[in-house]
Unconditional design. Structure first.
Length: 269
């Protein structure tokens, strides 16, 4: 029988979707906290970072969190701008169609595009204090973040990945910007939790994303809101987030160093 090249042929063997219904229900129960032991709120999720992945960009980085969040960033060095003035940092944030839970809305949906614009503005706010824009008069620097999978703490992961990509592109920076996310569960006596997963963020009464320049000990951005309790609780969240940023910093620096060593070895070969 001749093949029909106008359509995609399915696999020889397949399983009906109903087979996985029980597994999905069990996963939802675990996410809600009924099937898994509560984790230490001060514990950081495993972090994987690698710089210098894309050959089509001047700089690139990939960051993955243990909660399932995966972010890929590309950066381009100074390009001449049409208008005079100091250097500008252009940021873009996009979500892959398969990044979140469930089906994605129709392409170009107003709410989705607005959320991406807000995330891009937050990314720019967190990165600008780290970049030496004064060294690039009448020039544009660009960074693009693509969220491949949203397992929670996506903006914080994008901040770290974008800073790595800019540094990998050779952009002069004061320091790497490190992002760390926190959330507070709706329970009255609940404490703030570092690097929340997507189910924890979804149920949170308050959220906070912190960006820090660890070598300078300077906060570049504090983003968030909600019912976080009295000012003392917010101060506790800031201290917890600062500690989380400092603990992630060596991993990001090491990934940048390995990318530089790979580039030097390739040039010498």
């Amino acid at each position: 029988m001749p093949l029909d090249h106008r359509r995609l042929c399915g696999p020889e063997e397949s399983q009906p979707p109903a087979l996985w219904a029980g597994t999905a229900a069990e996963d939802d129960e675990d996410e809600e906290g009924t099937g898994a032991a509560p984790r230490d709120p001060c514990a950081l999720r495993p972090l994987f970072a690698r710089a210098g992945l894309l050959s089509q960009a001047q700089g690139s980085a990939y960051v993955e969190l243990g909660s399932g969040t995966k972010v890929l960033c590309a950066a381009w060095g100074p390009r001449e701008a049409a208008e005079p003035g100091p250097g500008r940092l252009l940021c873009e944030f996009r979500r892959a169609p398969f990044a979140g839970r469930g089906a994605r809305g129709r392409p170009g949906a107003v709410a989705e595009r607005e959320a991406e614009r807000e995330a891009a503005a937050a990314l720019r706010e967190a990165l600008e204090p780290a970049v030496r824009l004064g060294r690039y008069p009448r020039a544009r620097l660009a960074v693009s973040a693509l969220l491949l999978q949203d397992g929670g703490s996506a903006l914080a992961a994008a901040v770290s990945a974008a800073a790595l990509a800019l540094a990998d592109a050779g952009v002069e920076m004061y320091d790497l910007a490190v992002g760390c996310a926190l959330c507070r569960p709706p329970a009255p006596a609940a404490s703030w939790m570092l690097q929340p997963a997507e189910p924890e963020e979804r149920r949170a009464a308050a959220r906070l994303t912190l960006a820090l320049l660890p070598a300078l000990n300077q906060v570049s951005a504090v983003l968030g809101g909600g019912r976080g309790g009295p000012p003392e609780d917010w101060a506790q969240a800031l201290r917890l987030g600062l500690d989380g940023c400092h603990r992630q910093y060596p991993v990001l620096r090491q990934s940048l160093l390995r990318a530089s060593q790979r580039r030097d070895a390739a040039a010498a070969a």
